[in-house]
Ligand binder design. Structure first.
Ligand code: AMP
Length: 187
């Protein structure tokens, strides 16, 4: 199964992706985590990405798409994957579709974790990551609304909404429910 998790920063996608990954035995591919490990390892890609992460801006598409395509080509991703934080722009979604079409595979479901902006600001401040200062959080939310929300239209045929306000276990149960609903309705 090939699943995309989308939603605003701080919606809890990463936590849910980890649980879904162990339940479904699929690799969890998080572009944010990939960038953070490149930065920690001091690679060229990490150096190029760092200023964007620090500012709460998106890393340019060509850098991001190249990194994801390389990751998706790895052996453990051939049977399926959970993409967390990618695609974040329509150009990324188009590039992903091209990659999938070449492999004759398709996305099965796009889970949209929906939650109000005010609810995620508090969550992110509590998380305390380096890019979780209030200014940067506001910037990331703006970028989400401008660049990433248009994907909801792009993926309308595959989209299932998950209410991301609540306790982690509750949201997980909703995500599993949404996924089975979506898979059951697939022709
Ligand atoms: P996340 O861990 O998903 O919140 O991502 C942290 C940061 O990594 C974002 O604020 C962006 O700077 C960068 N990033 C993650 N995924 C992408 C993506 N698909 N496209 C561009 N930048 C990304």
């Amino acid at each position: 199964m090939r699943i995309i998790l989308t939603g605003p920063p701080g919606a809890g996608k990463g936590t849910q992706a980890q649980s879904l990954s162990s339940k479904l035995q699929l690799p969890h591919i998080s572009t944010g985590d990939l960038f953070r490990s490149h930065i920690a390892e001091g690679t060229d890609l990490g150096r190029r990405a760092k200023t964007f992460l620090d500012a709460g801006e998106l890393v340019p598409d060509e850098v991001t798409i190249g990194m994801v395509v390389e990751r998706l080509a790895a052996d453990d991703a051939t049977a399926g994957f959970i993409l967390d934080g990618f695609p974040r722009t329509v150009a990324q979604a188009v590039a992903l579709d091209e990659f999938l079409a070449e492999q004759l595979i398709q996305i099965n479901a796009v889970l949209d974790f929906s939650i109000a902006d005010d609810a995620v600001v508090g969550r992110m401040l509590a998380r305390g990551r380096a890019d979780d200062t209030e200014d940067v959080i506001r910037r990331r939310l703006r970028v989400y609304h401008d660049e990433t929300r248009p994907l909801l239209d792009y993926y309308s045929a595959l989209l299932v909404s998950v209410d991301a306000d609540g306790e982690v276990d509750e949201i997980y149960a909703r995500a599993i429910g949404a996924l089975s609903e979506r898979v059951a309705s697939t022709p």
